[in-house]
Design a protein around this ligand. Structure first.
Ligand SMILES: Nc1ncnc2c1ncn2[C@@H]1O[C@H](COP(=O)(O)OP(=O)(O)O)[C@@H](O)[C@H]1O
Ligand SMILES: [Mg+2]
Length: 348
């Protein structure tokens, strides 16, 4: 029986990014790993000069000419290049080909750093969920008793001024229960159906625009080719809305919020490899997340805002986790990026 590997060239399956150049440094082809690393499709850049197609690779021009001059392969280690505004560290090997072309192999070094951070994030989320579940049980039962007793008491009182006190107990008990329920997340598995991520994002943008000051602009950068996701629409909407609301609060009266969608092939979320995932980035140009806070923002009750509750992010993370996804965050002053990874196809 023929195996799948035999049907497609092996390079399609490599996790190392491969770029093939012709004698004039024009791009002949790139493999899927290079497409996702360089965030560009092979179709877009075939035939283009390498300088023009991949300006981020300028730093390795020297390695290219060195390899050509010497006629032997050459590896540049720990090369830092800028890709789509992010600094990535690469080991870059250049090998001359018999036809005068060059073969570039780009191995990303940050990736294993990212994965260990991701594992940390996932085990952190798991611990948070268990903590919430345990605490919720301990809180909700006595809270129910407290509320019931306040209601009974209220009936016995004919003084409105005293009733106000029981009303405070009742409404605060309700608020607390709502908080705990929100943290617990939906208790039934919500119905999933094919949803269009852009329809959800447009809804989120619409809701957020209504709350946004005039000086805040939304930029849409959508990849229209993204296929429908199998998801609980309202849950994804809630998760994304929480992220966009935070961005809105961060930028204040003036700022820019970018909603960006992309797909990525062969991507691992946690331990689960997927053939295709969608990445939704919510980017704002606000002041950024304070460094002492960033490691903890997905914990419940962590907030830097006086009127904040600190449950927006843990709820969002929880909802996305129920879809087999993950939210990551990176932030420097002037650029905060929340990335939501969602599997588009079942695990391999
Ligand atoms: N886009 C952002 N820019 C700056 N800080 C942010 C951003 N998103 C979240 N944060 C920080 O994370 C904290 C927690 O967010 P969240 O869980 O939604 O709770 P809340 O919004 O109630 O404070 C916020 O208080 C804020 O300090
Ligand atoms: Mg929030």
């Amino acid at each position: 029986m023929e195996t799948k590997v035999a049907q497609e060239p092996i390079v399609e399956y490599l996790t190392t990014a491969i770029v093939v150049l012709d004698a004039g440094n024009r791009i002949v082809d790139i493999n899927p790993a290079a497409e996702s690393l360089l965030r560009i499709s092979a179709r877009q850049i075939r035939g283009m000069g390498v300088d023009e197609a991949l300006p981020g690779l300028n730093g390795i021009a020297e390695a290219l000419s060195r390899a050509r001059e010497r006629g032997t392969s050459f590896t540049d280690r720990e090369h830092q290049i800028a890709l789509a505004g992010e600094l990535v560290t690469l080991d870059c090997s250049v090998t001359p080909l018999p036809d005068g072309g060059l073969l570039l192999e780009l191995a990303q070094l940050d990736r294993h750093l990212r994965i260990s951070r991701e594992h940390q994030l996932i085990s952190q989320n798991r611990a948070i969920r268990e903590l919430i579940r345990g605490l919720a049980h301990e809180i909700k039962n006595p809270l129910g008793g407290l509320r019931g007793a306040a209601q009974l008491l209220r009936r016995q009182l004919d003084d409105d001024a005293l009733r106000e006190y029981t009303d405070v107990i009742i409404s605060e008990a309700d608020r607390l229960r709502g908080l705990v329920d929100g943290l617990l997340g939906p208790n039934t598995q919500a119905q999933r159906s094919p949803v269009n991520i852009h329809e959800i994002l447009e809804r989120v943008r619409h809701l957020a625009s209504a709350e946004a000051p005039e000086g805040v602009t939304f930029v849409r950068d959508y990849d229209p080719s993204i296929p429908p996701l199998d998801a609980a629409r309202d849950q994804l909407l809630q998760a994304l809305l929480n992220l966009v609301r935070n961005a809105l609060q961060a930028v204040g009266d003036h700022g820019q919020i970018t909603l960006r969608t992309r797909t990525q092939r062969r991507f691992t979320i946690g331990d689960v490899p997927h053939r295709l995932v969608v990445r939704v980035d919510i980017i704002d140009n606000g002041p950024g997340i304070p460094p002492d806070l960033i490691e903890r923002i997905f914990y419940p009750m962590i907030t830097s805002r006086p009127e904040g509750t600190g449950i927006g992010l843990p709820i969002a993370q929880n909802l996305v986790a129920q879809h087999g996804g993950l939210i990551e965050c990176s932030s420097v002053p002037g650029r905060t990026e929340f990335t939501v990874w969602l599997p588009l196809e079942d695990a391999e």
